[in-house]
Design a binder for this molecule. Structure first.
Ligand SMILES: [Zn+2]
Length: 79
């Protein structure tokens, strides 16, 4: 698809890193499938994937970790 940020590049399937804040600490999810703009590098992550990540973060137990770095694990299909 056409990039909506630079309106110049085309996006290609790739992977990106998503960072979310949760109750005072950061959760960094690596290797999240995304469409990446080949021109400006803007990443477009499927909203369903973001929902999966947020849902999985909500299930994590409370702890004292300030920055939690994880690999993306595909959740159950949500369609
Ligand atoms: Zn772009």
């Amino acid at each position: 698809m056409k990039c909506i940020v630079c309106q110049d590049g085309e996006t290609r399937a790739g992977a990106t890193t998503v960072t979310l804040a949760r109750k005072g600490h950061m959760v960094v999810i690596k290797d999240v499938p995304a469409e990446i703009c080949e021109h400006c590098g803007e990443d477009y992550v499927d909203p369903h994937i973001i929902q999966d990540i947020v849902a999985s973060i909500d299930k994590m137990p409370e702890n004292d970790i300030l920055v939690d770095v994880r690999h993306y694990v595909p959740g159950p299909a949500t369609c």
